[in-house]
Structures are given as structure tokens and as C-alpha cells.
Design a protein around this ligand. Structure first.
Ligand code: PLP
Length: 429
């Protein structure tokens, strides 16, 4: 693609953008008295303007129907989640019976580990990526503890090689192969939260299965960001949150995927609750648990309808925009950002900016993570002064996510311009 680091070029890309109408469907926060440049949709997505009405509809439904709201009215609560499932299918690449919308991400990870992590004396190890999100480590450690195991012995972390930021796929595959007799579960963050690296879900799953292990993914930074085909890739389980790229609101109801080949198996170990029992019997309060033959069989409690109402409104936008278009624009936005960063490095004739994220388009979503070896904090402060909201992680990693539903090429250009100006005035250039 022939990019140009000019305002004119950025504006012409925005003009051609088939998703440009969607920006106005979100509230853009104000910083320093003007619309901010929000590049932090990987932490908390912006609010769709339709979310408030969607939540208010359910408040009204509750006011009008009371308990009868579970079964009557426009969207009876007992089946409310099904609308979300349908809209999630193209986003995660799954059959409807493989998706459940429930709880929150870390809770769902524990539920999936309870089903898929059953260590015995020989096969008990977990393989994960080093630098995983804290909550993923806590899930692993505490699940090991439940089985009387310790991470020192039972956890293998695959790290980048000396002097590299990115974990090589071949190193994950060989860790699996080298531990083929002992590995019980391979558990990876689909897109690493810090580096933005998108792992090769398909080949990792394949290698895990060849070794006789289960394979699961934390998709917090992948869902709504990169193309996923969880069913075709034969992933065993996956969990995601919906407040990042899915724009469903702080702490929003999350989701989980369980592959079709397991969902009808009622004998699988699980932590059960009444909402997971066959819905035709649920209100008969039978003594015996009779799991629903879908991913809904892992539900515990009756659904958080107010959160789901915001989730549904947010997913409506994905449906209207078409997820393929969203992924395509996300790739283009991040490619433009990478182009601009490279151009700035070239014109400074030194590495002003170190790029952590893999440059190969197959290996990242829209997030680009970078480090300024000199005065990164100063640059981050200047972003703030210029009404740009990005993200700072110690020891100096700046995460920037131009999100296809509401960010523009012009905003990516502005980010680059602030960097260029900063380098020029700071004696860094
Ligand atoms: C954001 C994020 C979480 C957050 O977990 P919650 O249970 O939703 O609070 C967990 N894991 C990863 C990889 C994340 O990026």
C-alpha cells in the first residue's frame, strides 16, 4: 500500500472509508476542552450512543412486567442472551451452540479450567506465554494449587529469545512437542495485551492436540479486533471480555466458547448452577442437574440483563458494519501507524521509536506497542496535552490502538505529528 505521512492523504483515506459513518454513533470523550483522540479502545471501548436506550428499555420492561419480564414482552429475559450469541458468531467464528454470554472473563477462565484441566501423575503441565496478563497467571497458579501442584514444576512459560520482544511461534510449538508426554493444557493469550502480538491460534491448537493436550485461549485483546475461526481451528475453549474492542461498557458481561465436540457431553466435570440445567426443566427445580447440550450448560446464574442490554446494543453496530470490514480497516489503520513510525525513524536517521509489535499483518491486530528509548514519559505527557488518550505501561511501553469503528486515519496522522514535533523540540531528532 502506498501511504503518505500527510494530513491530505489521511483525510482522503477517511473520505474513502466505508465505515466512516460509524464514528458518529459513539460518544467521544472530551479532554482539555475538545474531542480527544481516543487511542485506548483496547482498554475500554467507547460508549455506543444506542447503549443507554437499550439499558433503559430493560429498566422499563422491569417496571412494566416485574418477574413476568423473564417470559413476556419484546425481549424476554430468559432468552435475552441468544441475541448476543447470534451477533458474536461472525466475530469469534463459532456455531451458536458453542458460545455462551455470561459472568466475566476471569470467572469464565476458572470455569473452563475446571472442565479442561485434569492433571494426573504424568500429564499435568500447563504451557503459557511469558508476559501473560496478571489475571491469567493468577488463574493458572490457583488452579495448580487446587490440584496440589506448583508453578515451579507444573508451569512452562515460553519466552522471547534473548534480545527479542516477540515470542516465536516455532518456540511455542517446540515447547509443546518437547513436553508432549507431560503437557495437559496449553493456555495462551490470543493477542498479548502488552506487545499486541497475535499468536497463531490454529497451529498452536494443532500442536497441543497432537501432543494429547487441551488448548484454550484468553481472547481479551483478540475479540472484535482480529479474525477468529474458533470452530474451524478446533480450539477447545476460549474466553473473552466485552468492554475492550466490543465496546460493551465497564465490567460488561463476558463470553466463552466451548467447542461443539464437548457441549453435549453431560459427564464433563464442571462447576454447575441452576441456569446451566436444561431450560425446559429449570423452573421445575429438580434435584438432579441436567446440563443443557450447548455452551449454556456452563451457565451458573440468571443473566445480568442490564449489562447484556448494553452488550447487545454494542454488538448491533458490529453486525451493521460487518466484521470483515472492521478487520480490514483495523489492519489498514495499524499499517498506516507503523508506516508513519518508520518514516519518523528514517528521517531522524536513528531509532527514535522502538516498535514492539510484530510488523507482519498476520501477527497483530490494531494495537501497536512502542518504546521511546529517550524521554518516553515526556512524549506521553505531550500526547495528553494534545488531547490524545493512549496507554502507558511500566517500564515505558506506550500502547496505541486505532480502533476501526471510531478512529480515523487523520487521528493516526496527528499522533505521528505530535511525535515528530516532540522529537524536534526535545533535541531527540
Ligand atoms: C483485560 C484482561 C483481563 C481482565 O479480566 P476481567 O476478568 O475482565 O477483569 C484478563 N486477561 C487479559 C489477557 C486481559 O487483557
Amino acid at each position: 500500500m502506498n501511504f503518505e505521512n500527510t494530513m491530505e492523504f489521511a483525510k482522503s483515506e477517511d473520505e474513502k472509508d466505508i465505515l466512516k459513518i460509524f464514528r458518529s454513533q459513539f460518544y467521544i470523550p472530551i479532554l482539555n476542552g475538545k474531542d480527544c483522540v481516543y487511542l485506548n479502545g483496547n482498554s475500554l471501548g467507547l460508549q455506543p450512543k444506542t447503549a443507554q436506550d437499550s439499558v433503559l428499555d430493560e429498566m422499563e420492561h422491569w417496571a412494566n412486567y416485574g418477574v413476568e419480564g423473564h417470559f413476556y414482552g419484546k425481549n424476554p429475559w430468559a432468552n435475552f442472551h441468544e441475541a448476543c450469541v447470534k451477533k458474536l458468531q461472525p466475530i469469534v467464528g463459532a456455531l451458536s451452540e458453542e458460545i455462551v454470554v455470561m459472568n466475566q472473563l476471569t470467572v469464565n477462565l476458572h470455569l473452563m479450567f475446571t472442565t479442561f484441566y485434569w492433571p494426573d501423575n504424568t500429564r499435568y503441565k500447563i504451557i503459557c506465554e511469558s508476559g501473560a496478563f496478571s489475571s491469567d497467571y493468577y488463574v493458572i497458579d490457583s488452579q495448580l494449587q487446587l490440584h496440589g501442584l506448583f508453578p515451579e514444576d507444573a508451569l512452562i512459560e515460553v519466552a522471547p529469545r534473548e534480545g527479542e520482544f516477540i515470542i516465536r511461534n516455532e518456540d511455542i510449538i517446540s515447547a509443546i512437542e518437547n513436553n508432549a508426554e507431560e503437557v495437559a493444557l496449553v493456555f495462551i493469550g490470543g493477542v498479548n495485551y502488552l506487545t499486541g502480538q497475535f499468536f497463531d491460534v490454529k497451529s498452536i491448537t494443532n500442536a497441543a492436540h497432537k501432543a494429547g493436550a487441551y488448548c484454550g485461549f484468553d481472547l481479551a485483546h483478540a475479540v472484535g479486533n482480529v479474525e477468529l475461526k474458533l470452530h474451524d481451528w478446533e480450539v477447545d475453549f476460549a474466553c473473552w471480555c466485552s468492554y475492550k474492542y466490543l465496546n460493551s461498557g465497564p465490567g460488561a458481561v463476558a463470553g466463552a466458547f466451548i467447542h461443539h465436540r464437548y457441549v453435549t457431553d453431560k459427564s464433563l466435570p464442571r462447576l454447575a448452577g441452576w441456569w446451566g440445567t436444561d431450560k425446559h426443566e429449570r423452573f421445575q427445580f429438580k434435584r438432579a442437574f441436567n446440563a443443557m447440550p450447548t455452551a449454556e450448560g456452563w451457565q451458573l446464574s440468571n443473566a445480568n440483563i442490564l449489562s447484556m442490554a448494553a452488550h447487545k446494543a454494542a454488538l448491533d453496530i458490529f453486525e451493521k458494519a460487518d466484521f470483515e470490514n472492521i478487520v480490514a480497516k483495523g489492519k489498514k489503520l495499524s499499517a498506516y501507524l507503523l508506516f508513519i513510525l518508520n518514516e519518523i525513524n528514517q528521517s531522524a536517521s536513528k531509532e527514535l521509536v522502538q516498535i514492539l509489535t510484530p510488523v507482519d499483518a498476520q501477527e497483530h491486530g490494531c494495537q501497536v506497542s512502542l518504546i521511546l528509548p529517550e524521554n518516553g514519559k515526556g512524549f506521553f505527557d505531550s500526547l495528553n496535552r494534545n488531547s490524545v488518550i493512549a496507554d502507558w505501561k511500566e517500564p515505558g511501553i506506550i500502547r496505541v490502538a486505532p480502533v476501526p469503528l471510531y478512529n480515523t486515519f487523520e487521528e493516526v496522522f496527528l499522533f505521528g505529528k505530535i511525535l515528530k514535533d516532540f522529537a524536534g523540540t526535545n533535541g531527540n531528532g
